[in-house]
Design a protein around this ligand. Structure first.
Ligand code: TMP
Length: 206
């Protein structure tokens, strides 16, 4: 089996993950890697359908219902997209993965962490990223930046306290596993954030 490399990107809503994922993919392509970019929830036809359901759901949806939807999408995504790409020796760049579940459904919504971890392991068949880039920023500053740009979406709907808790959860994960999870200051301009990411990738042997 050829060995691919699995990288994930995480952060609070509005931290610029999607832009940075695309720039990172272009950089890795230029370095000569075969790259697959994908996202969670999503990445397959069925998982994208689950995405529409779970992201449209009423905010009051039961956390147990919510986690099972995210994980159903993940099981499908890992089996159909991520593992085959890794087995073919590609670099997989994924916008969110199990760390989002630990933070949003565990830390924020309050499902016991042991249960969240066990369910994630079941859904992924124990697949874990070797590197996670955490785009970190204070939600207050992101809110201001988004207001300046006239953006209005889930970030505002969930509220500032929710986003602060999400950030706290991600920082706890990063501090618990600094070898895998690398923090990048997401409040810098796009080029500076990308430069930090490329430095991390070089340090990781890319
Ligand atoms: P995004 O595509 O804009 O990042 O939105 C995905 C949303 O889904 C985001 O608010 C985080 C949330 N989410 C979870 O709550 N649990 C998960 O396991 C994943 C992958 C995402």
């Amino acid at each position: 089996m050829k060995k691919g490399r699995f990288i994930t990107m995480e952060g609070v809503d509005g931290s610029g993950k999607t832009t940075q994922l695309q720039l990172t993919a272009r950089y890795l392509l230029d370095c000569g890697y075969e790259v697959v970019t994908t996202r969670e929830p999503g990445g397959t036809k069925l998982a994208e359908r689950i995405r529409n359901i779970v992201l449209d759901a009423d905010a009051a949806v039961n956390p147990r219902t919510e986690i099972l939807l995210y994980l159903a999408a993940r099981a499908e995504h890992v089996e159909k997209v991520i593992r085959p790409a890794l087995e073919a020796g590609k670099v997989v760049l994924c916008d969110r993965f199990a760390d989002s579940t630990l933070v949003y459904q565990g830390f924020v919504r309050g499902i016991e962490m042991d249960k969240v971890k066990a369910l994630c392991e079941l859904a992924t068949d124990a697949l874990q990223p070797e590197l996670t880039i955490l785009l970190d920023a204070a939600p207050e500053a992101l809110l201001q930046r988004r207001a300046d740009r006239g953006v209005k979406d889930r970030f505002e709907q969930e509220g500032l306290d929710f986003q602060k808790k999400v950030r706290e959860g991600f920082l706890l994960l990063a501090n618990a596993d600094p070898v895998r999870v690398k923090k990048v200051n997401a409040l810098q301009n796009t080029e500076a954030v990308q430069a930090d990411i490329q430095k991390i990738l070089k340090d990781e042997g890319f």
